[in-house]
Design a protein around this ligand. Sequence first.
Ligand SMILES: Nc1ncnc2c1ncn2[C@@H]1O[C@H](COP(=O)(O)OP(=O)(O)O)[C@@H](O)[C@H]1O
Ligand SMILES: [Mg+2]
Length: 272
Amino acid sequence: MLPEVTATRYVTPLREGGSLPGIVEADDLGTYVMKFTGAGQGRKTLVAEVICGRLAQRLGLRVPELVGLQLDPVIGLSEPDEEVQELLKASGGLNLGMDFLPGSLGFDPLAYQADAAEAGRIVWFDALVGNVDRSWRNPNLLVWHGDLWLIDHGATMIWHHNWPTAATATTRPYDASDHVLAPCGPDLAGAAAALAPRVTEELLAACAADVPDEWLVDEPGFTSPDAVRRAYTEALLRRAEGLVDRVTIGAPTADRPSRAPGWLTGKPEAGR
Ligand SMILES: Nc1ncnc2c1ncn2[C@@H]1O[C@H](COP(=O)(O)OP(=O)(O)O)[C@@H](O)[C@H]1O
Ligand SMILES: [Mg+2]
């Protein structure tokens, strides 16, 4: 279960990403990044955020705390932006909140060198959930108090958009050539040895149990929210098996940031 709080004030939209999340304050005096059920990407994005966010946390990676965020659209009445108004109106009820990290910076490979062990764990995790959104174009990684924090797991587990194909989709290779941490020399073997044994059915079921029923009901082909939870658990369990052999890190694509020191070698250039 996710802890549940109620939004009390809509502060401002966040426009960097594609889904127009908003910063809100809540009745526990917390400040959250709110992901809306009424956003065009749909509720599966929120399911992915919960399962992957909780999984990453349970594997010891840093992800800001997740909460269920109750919204009464009336709190946005004075918000001048029509797009925001529409989003709030379409999102009454339960939404997803992620603890807002004040003063965090977007990850910049020019300014921050991740160590090989941590880079390996993050790339291995992204391969597990099939995350396509951690590239240097769109890192979805924050640096806060000197540490790396993972955000935005909405574009993962592509197989949940077409469940009948899940069995074959979960065995697909993962090409990490454009992963934002590829230049850090990720220690994939070390990460797999440390993390794969921890990805058990029990752990995955606990992550799926954190997803609220109302985001899982009426999923075509399933009779209950618990049946959908089992499908997520099975898919990720299957994917974890032998995963490291299916991850490749090749040369990054030609349009990589040309000035990134050490992009190919993983070592910063002298004197920069
Ligand atoms: N927990 C957070 N703390 C601080 N800033 C955040 C947090 N979550 C997201 N952001 C900022 O908001 C932007 C958009 O959020 P993100 O979750 O990536 O949504 P989108 O689906 O729109 O890409 C991020 O790129 C980041 O700059
Ligand atoms: Mg994003």
